[in-house]
Design a protein around this ligand. Structure first.
Ligand code: FAD
Length: 307
């Protein structure tokens, strides 16, 4: 069996693998897609110590760093089940393989909910964005819209209003769903418009980048166009933890509950990165949490009875 089996090969999983392997323990990584979300990212300008890089380059660097060590990387394998059997954990893959380990680190990340309108896929990374902390500064001096009036949408609009020229927040329902204190802040900003009862119908572009969007006023049925350079879709971040329901404790948002050491409700199983309840989903945070979970897993292993 492995000493530590890491599920997920994004920044959190890679950091966990490096920290585990450096302890000289048997380390495995099983990943659906090694690299994770950064594979879908263009510019990365906030990974501390690197002024600028891009996602694919960052993913290659992650993999090269992990491969410096004796780590068994099982790429293109999806974990489907986690179970404690006797003194070991068993991870079953969708292909039916069975992996055994003394401890497990879950680092399966998350995915942004898409709105599925024409133009979204075509202009992803060319004006269609999901993360204001990541891509906000790219729209300095420009007009953008935020789709979604829940807490994350309203937070994004407030955040962006300080950077960009103008923000149009578009909410499908007749009311914003964000906390009242956030709404008050939002309505106090002069460079923000809020449009409610509006269904986004298309993201427009010139073939290279976003130029606007159209929405349908749900009350009148009228279709309207807004000209802008960027669209931030903020209708939810889905943790890749559906397969763990019933196995360990998840938050109401479906995130894996972890304590300060990254331990889950199942002793010996740790978690790190975007899939957990740790707030703020960023690469630098995922990397730190991955390292932390790995050290905690090692600490756990030290205390296991000798065979
Ligand atoms: P992920 O990167 O999501 O990796 C999860 C890993 O788990 C993947 O290998 C995946 O294939 C695997 N996996 C999932 N389910 C299973 C399963 N059942 N079995 C096996 N493997 C599984 N952050 C920044 O700090 N700066 C930026 O500029 C930035 N830009 C971004 C731009 C975009 C378009 C996106 C989508 C995100 C951006 N982020 C950025 C956020 C950042 O990418 C994430 O915070 C970070 O990748 C989280 O790392 P992670 O390891 O927790 O998860």
């Amino acid at each position: 069996p492995f000493d530590v089996l890491i599920v997920g090969g994004g920044p959190a999983g890679a950091a966990a693998a490096i920290y585990a392997a450096r302890k000289g323990i048997r380390t495995g990584v099983v990943a659906d897609r090694f690299g994770g979300q950064v594979l879908d990212t263009l510019a990365i300008e906030n990974f501390v110590s690197m002024k600028e890089t891009d996602g694919p380059r960052f993913a290659v660097a992650l993999e090269e760093h992990v491969k410096q060590y004796e780590v068994d990387i099982m790429n293109l394998q999806r974990a489907a089940k986690l179970e404690r059997v006797g003194s070991l954990f068993e991870v079953q893959t969708a292909d039916g393989a069975l992996l055994k380990s003394k401890s497990v680190i879950l680092a399966t990340g998350a995915r942004w909910r898409e709105i599925n309108v024409p133009g979204e896929k075509e202009y992803k990374n060319h004006g269609v964005a999901y993360c204001p902390h990541c891509d906000g500064p790219l729209f300095k001096g420009k007009r953008v819209s935020v789709i979604g009036g829940g807490n994350s949408g309203v937070e994004a609009a407030i955040d962006l209003a300080g950077i960009v020229e103008h923000v149009t927040l578009i909410e499908f329902g007749n009311e914003l769903r964000a906390d009242a204190v956030l709404q008050r802040k939002l309505y106090s900003l002069k460079n923000v418009d809020v449009i409610k009862g509006a269904q986004t119908t298309e993201i427009l572009g010139d073939g290279k980048k976003v130029t606007g969007l159209t929405y349908k006023d749900r009350a009148s049925g009228a279709v309207k166009t807004v000209e802008l350079a960027g669209v931030f879709v903020q209708i939810g971040l889905i943790p890749n933890a559906e397969w763990l329901k019933g196995t360990l404790e998840l938050s109401p948002h479906g995130e894996i509950e972890v304590d300060a050491r990254g331990e889950t409700s199942l002793p010996g199983v740790f978690a790190a990165g975007d899939v957990t309840t740790v707030p703020f989903k960023q690469i630098v945070i995922a990397v730190g949490e991955g390292a932390k979970a790995s050290l905690a897993a090692f600490d756990y292993m030290m205390r296991l009875p000798t065979e």
